[in-house]
Unconditional design. Structure first.
Length: 182
């Protein structure tokens, strides 16, 4: 065996060895990334209802040390909230940081109010209310409005077969974003 072939073998063996003993990534296991209910379970473990995410998450990643997460969907999703002028839009990837009762640095979630699409930056649980923050303002909604994940298109008014139903709960009418006008 030549000198250069020996170096190549040692280099290859060392590379394979480093790959085998390298520390595992801090993200969730491959099982969790494929488990469609896992993203909803992480919400519940942090005192949030499952209905903050739309139905159909295909996977997620979570860094347990920092709380940084990504939730994956097959595509974007939007729907109107019942009895309100709000329309929610979710990108195919939702990102942020999760901790007990707090979702912050959110990316991929927007709300349309009047003619403006605004990014929802943070969601905080305050007792039986969820406070949604956009820029310099916020609005609170009862947590029981988010018990079940909404469906794309028909939102919280869907039935299991894809039809629609009327919700008994009403969404509060508020001047959620009017103070954002420059």
């Amino acid at each position: 065996m030549s000198y250069s072939s020996l170096h190549l073998c040692i280099f290859t063996f060392t590379g394979v060895l480093l790959l085998c003993i390298a520390p595992l990534p801090v993200f969730s296991s491959e099982y969790d990334r494929k488990n469609t209910s896992a993203a909803y379970n992480v919400l519940e473990q942090n005192d949030f209802p499952r209905g903050l995410l739309p139905h159909g998450a295909t996977g997620y990643e979570l860094d347990p040390k920092t709380g940084r997460f990504s939730v994956f969907f097959n595509g974007s999703c939007s729907f109107s909230l019942p009895d309100s002028s709000y329309r929610l839009s979710y990108a195919s990837v939702i990102t942020g940081t999760i901790s007990k009762g707090k979702l912050k640095n959110l990316g991929g979630v927007r709300v349309k109010v009047l003619f403006f699409w605004l990014r929802i930056d943070q969601v905080v649980r305050k007792g039986d209310e969820l406070e949604f923050s956009v820029r310099f303002t916020s609005a609170s909604f009862p947590i029981d409005n988010f018990v079940e994940p909404p469906h794309c298109g028909c939102g919280f008014e869907c039935t299991a077969d894809g039809g629609s139903r009327r919700m008994r709960r009403r969404w509060p009418v508020s001047l959620f974003f009017l103070n954002l006008i420059y």
